[in-house]
Ligand binder design. Structure first.
Ligand SMILES: *Cc1c(COP(=O)(O)O)cnc(C)c1O
Ligand SMILES: [Zn+2]
Length: 412
């Protein structure tokens, strides 16, 4: 494994940590998978499904050969992340009229979001290099995940959280794991800029979304979905996008499986943004060359509230490879889809519901055909945002009380 600068192409070994190349370019994990035998790997991965206590019981480290083969096993900090449910709710499928529909519930991860799939790899890498102080800037789930793994690895964590536009639950969860939380008056993007300037002097290992080891770990989401589906992925993978690290990881994961001949066809990716924070979708829809950052992003889906996604170039490349499309959905559409997912018993936080909202929109626009099949990635847990939930329930109570017979309200 090597690290390669996406801008100048310079490579360096993985036994060091820098946030960015001195030229300013982002770093990417480059791993040559061409020498591996896909069929043999399937056998190894199948066998590991029976593990309970070793690192291979993790739904990330089960795929270690494709993620970080060089890392010594005894350096891994894991909570057996991944291993999340893959559901096929029949009622939702029927109401959409689509041939096949799946949900991959990354919300069932130990800290409640898909950030765990990547964070176990980044923190393990940092610990291996001898770091004991970890940091990130976050809209919430990244901090909670980092705080959890840092604590598991007997290290400390420092988390930069914007003063507004984030969920209280996520901050409380982060504090509970023992992180130092630094609230500041600014956006997620300002927090990143601060860390880029000062992390080195402060001796911090930075776990932001551009950390290449997080992206490598998040590839496991699509490996696991493929394995659970007998190595045949649906026609479409529908992913909500904020910083665009997840869509990048899923695209790279598909590329690995395709290169190794482990899947018979390449699924397409549909990336969904919230309308109030959709600079990437706008760029793609306009066929523009450059992304224009949105200085004041605004959406009920706090995990998508990012105006300047750092991974947009990588995301555009994977969308090209996977013949991807993009769309945006309104907050109303997100909440309506969230209610459908919650009532199916699966449940998710608002950002995750953008996937179903986007699928519905793309079906209405005939981009996705009802004869096709789709897999929606549910990124975060139902209890991640109880403020939004209270709002929804309050609204519902008012609507429902119109229908109740006087005196029975309290039973309903
Ligand atoms: C981080 C996050 C997203 C967005 O993922 P990106 O990699 O930033 O595009 C979506 N949903 C939830 C719940 C998240 O925590
Ligand atoms: Zn460079």
């Amino acid at each position: 494994m090597k690290l390669e600068c996406v801008h100048c192409g310079q490579t360096r070994n993985w036994q060091q940590f820098i946030i960015k190349c001195p030229c300013g370019g982002r770093l990417e994990v480059k791993q040559d998978v061409t020498g591996l035998d896909g069929e043999k790997l399937k056998g190894i991965f199948r066998e590991r499904l029976g593990e309970r206590m070793s690192v291979y019981a993790s739904g990330v480290w089960r795929y270690k050969e494709l993620i970080f083969p060089e890392l010594p096993e005894d350096r891994i900090v894991t909570k057996y992340e991944g291993n999340t449910g893959l559901y096929a709710p029949e009622t939702i499928r029927k109401s959409l009229g689509i041939r096949g529909l799946y949900f991959k519930a990354q919300s069932e991860n130990p800290s409640g979001s898909f950030k765990d799939n990547g964070m176990t790899v980044a923190v393990s890498h940092g610990r291996h290099l001898g770091y004991t102080r970890f940091a990130c800037s976050s809209t919430g789930n990244t901090s909670a995940s980092l705080a959890m793994y840092a604590a598991m690895g007997e290290s400390s964590s420092y988390v930069f959280v914007p003063e507004s536009g984030i969920s209280q639950n996520k901050v409380l969860q982060t504090l509970a794991y023992g992180a130092r939380v630094i609230r500041f008056d600014g956006t997620y993007d300002d927090g990143i800029a601060f860390l880029e300037r000062h992390a080195k002097d402060l001796g911090l290992y930075v776990c932001n979304s551009i950390n290449p080891f997080r992206i490598a770990g998040q590839k496991s989401i699509i490996y696991e979905a493929a394995q659970y589906l007998n190595w045949e992925l649906p026609d479409w993978i529908v992913v909500p996008g904020g910083a665009l690290s997840n869509v990048t990881a899923i695209g790279k994961g598909i590329e690995d499986l395709w290169t190794l001949g482990m899947i018979p066809k390449r699924p397409r990716i549909a990336l969904v943004q919230a309308e109030g924070a959709s600079p990437f979708h706008k760029m793609m829809a306009a066929g523009a060359e450059e992304l224009r950052p949105e200085p004041q992003p605004q959406t009920v889906a706090s995990a998508l509230n990012i105006g300047n996604p750092p991974s947009w170039k990588a995301a555009r490349r994977v969308l090209e490879f996977c013949r991807g499309v993009t769309c945006s959905v309104t907050d109303e559409e997100i909440l309506a889809s969230k209610q459908i997912i919650d009532r199916s018993g699966i449940g998710c936080e608002p950002a995750s519901a953008a996937s179903l909202a986007g699928l519905r929109k793309l079906m209405a626009e005939k981009v996705i055909d009802k004869e096709e099949t789709a897999l929606c990635i549910l990124t975060g847990n139902l209890l991640k945002d109880t403020q939004v939930l209270s709002g929804m329930m309050e609204h519902e109570r008012m609507v429902r009380s119109d229908l109740t017979v006087k005196g029975t309200e309290r039973w309903l």
